[in-house]
Ligand binder design. Structure first.
Ligand code: SF4
Length: 353
């Protein structure tokens, strides 16, 4: 058995207090803290699913791909006994495996079953919704123009539901070169974690080429992605610098940097950890915007706020644009085995901003 464990490119560097200096600025130093930020309901559910599986079945529990795209979450779960693999053929027959929040193609589910694995599907229900749409439109013989990033696990999972019917549209510029069988039978779907504005631009251009393009029954870009983008837009109107906590492979975190830059921030950076913040980013900066991607635990934001406070940014003003109270119940395979579990985490949901 080839047991390739997913490598973690950014090992945690021990925290170093007092690293950032409190240099003078013209005005009043402050932090504009976006809300909502951080964990969404789908990430919370997926992480708790792995934790509960470890508690209930004991280590190791295998996880296909990163359970969520955050290096800190993955390394913390590894310490607790989770083993992250790329494919199900790297998992011993009969073992427990969790499918990540990004979802899997039916071929992966089948491969796990053939290997006799006990699979727990932590696919976010909002990703599952898009899978169902893909299945339904393929059944009605539509050509599905799937807006998303090539190679992203979510896109691979959704496309895997109906590979013969799906054409990937990576950006607005791709629209000009797309070929379809029947321009009157096309529908667009999207990855859940894209930039809302860029996706709408792609759809506008698609509709120019295919006037009878059908819309999905409801938004595919999820509430959490949308809410975090709305909040950072508001922050970016006033913040000179925006710092987004999130990992490089986190689509929604990377989008937050882009959205901040498009909406007024003079500079915006993404960091996994507070100790990646460079002193020169803060030079002459009065207002720092802070947010985090949907897969980021709040502890990492708190570390950033602590470091910024040492640099004189002690006035933290919350910029709240939405309330979030959505919670998802744990995957059904796990709930079945956890009968009698009555604590709050059995339902998912914690870490609200
Ligand atoms: S970002 Fe959206 S789709 Fe992805 S896990 Fe969170 S709620 Fe689900």
């Amino acid at each position: 058995m080839n047991e390739t464990i997913i490598s973690l490119p950014v090992p945690r560097i021990p925290r170093q207090r007092g690293r950032l200096k409190n240099t003078p600025v013209v005005g009043h130093k402050r932090v504009l803290l976006a809300a909502p930020r951080g964990y969404c309901a789908g990430v919370d559910r997926a992480v708790v699913a792995v934790e509960k599986a470890l508690e209930h079945y004991g280590a190791p529990v295998y996880v296909r791909k990163q359970i969520v795209h955050n290096i800190h979450v993955v390394s913390t779960l590894e310490e607790q006994g989770a083993i992250f693999v790329d494919e199900v053929d790297q998992v011993p027959a009969g073992a427990h495996i969790v499918f990540s929040a990004h979802g899997v193609a039916p071929s992966v589910v089948q491969a796990a079953a053939e290997r006799g694995l006990h699979a727990i599907d932590a696919t976010c229900p909002l990703v599952t919704k898009v899978h169902r749409e893909a299945v339904r439109f393929a059944r009605d013989d539509f050509e599905i123009l799937l807006i998303g990033h090539e190679g992203h696990e979510e896109v691979e999972g959704t496309a895997g539901e109906a590979p013969e019917h799906v054409t990937l549209v990576g950006s607005p510029d791709d629209v000009d070169t797309i070929q379809v069988r029947d321009p009157d039978k096309v529908v667009w779907l999207s990855q859940t974690t894209l930039s809302v504005d860029e996706t709408m631009e792609t759809v506008r251009r698609l509709r120019e080429r295919f006037p009878n393009l059908q819309d999905p029954p409801s938004d595919d870009i999820c509430y959490a992605t949308q809410n975090r983008q709305v909040a950072i837009k508001k922050v970016a109107e006033e913040a000179e610098l925006v710092i987004v906590v999130g990992s490089a492979n986190s689509s929604n975190s990377v989008r937050l940097v882009e959205v901040a830059l498009e909406n007024g921030a003079r500079a915006a950076y993404r960091v996994d950890y507070a100790n990646e913040v460079k002193q020169e980013w803060l030079d002459g900066v009065e207002s720092v915007g802070v947010t985090s991607g949907a897969s980021v635990p709040e502890v990492l934001v708190q570390e950033l706020l602590d470091d910024l406070a040492e640099a004189g940014y002690t006035d933290v003003q919350r910029v709240k644009t939405a309330e979030e109270d959505l919670m998802f119940s744990l995957p059904k395979e796990l709930r079945k085995d956890l009968t009698g579990a009555r604590d709050e985490r059995a339902l998912g949901g914690r870490n609200r901003s």
